[in-house]
Design a binder for this molecule. Structure first.
Ligand code: C5P
Length: 225
């Protein structure tokens, strides 16, 4: 294990999918398992940090030693993050947030033959971008880390996310070959204003530590200036 180099630091992590109800029995979501975010939270706890893990619905048991906040929707996730981000030193946004949600969540089951109009035209509205809003309100001494799962132009897309969302670095992941969702290992590239750093394929726990190493580098840089 690594040394306790995060003692006294507050770390907030988002993980998992969000779930956006269409009606009482249907929803929009994605296959995120939360493994990456849970691994980051557990690694941060082991390194001595005070950790809050905000997660969408996943099958994983609580990250030992972390403050767990279990949510469903993007708006609930944002509300939870808004509570812990202001006092955080490091924030890692690994959740796969639904970009859109149905405008109306019907509190009964929509029925074929009765509600065909509503079923065939589910109107979607944009969800808040949690990472972008934290990036925009980031103060000196805070480090913000985003993820980018891309199927093409991986680095270019990560660079545009870096500036659009004001993250310190982006963990870019080429998911064109099925890598990413649900896997136990990953091969990623760290993309920051100072360049790209390609990592070999690593187990998610080792990758979690590499991400925290990189965040800590940024934290120290920020404290020097
Ligand atoms: O734009 P895209 O969804 O690909 O950006 C991915 C990054 O932004 C991830 O770090 C993800 O957790 C974060 N994100 C977010 N809130 C959203 C959408 C994405 O925090 N509504």
């Amino acid at each position: 294990g690594r040394k306790k180099d995060l003692v006294g630091k507050r770390v907030v992590v988002t993980a998992g999918p969000t779930v956006e109800q269409i009606d009482s029995v249907r929803f929009i979501s994605n296959p995120s398992t939360g493994k990456m975010g849970f691994a980051i939270a557990e690694a941060a706890v082991e390194r001595g940090a005070d950790v809050t893990l905000v997660t969408g619905p996943v099958a994983l048991t609580d990250a030992r030693g972390a403050k767990m906040v279990r949510v469903s929707t993007a708006r609930e996730m944002k509300a939870a993050v808004d509570e812990s981000f202001p006092s955080a030193d490091i924030a890692v946004f690994s959740a796969a947030v639904s970009d859109f949600r149905p405008r109306t969540a019907f509190d009964r089951k929509l029925k074929k033959g009765v509600d065909d109009e509503a079923l065939s035209r589910i109107e979607l509205v944009e969800n808040p971008d949690i990472l972008a809003s934290c990036g925009a309100s980031k103060r000196a001494g805070q480090v913000v880390v985003g993820f980018a799962a891309e199927t093409n132009d991986v680095i270019d897309n990560a660079l545009s996310k870096l500036s659009r969302k004001k993250a310190d670095f982006i963990v870019a992941n080429d998911v064109s070959r099925g890598q990413g969702f649900g896997a136990d290992s990953d091969e990623v590239t760290f993309v920051s204003a100072s360049g790209e750093q390609h990592l070999p394929e690593l187990g998610k726990r080792e990758l979690a530590d590499r991400i925290l190493d990189k965040a800590l580098e940024f934290l120290k840089l920020g404290l020097e200036t």
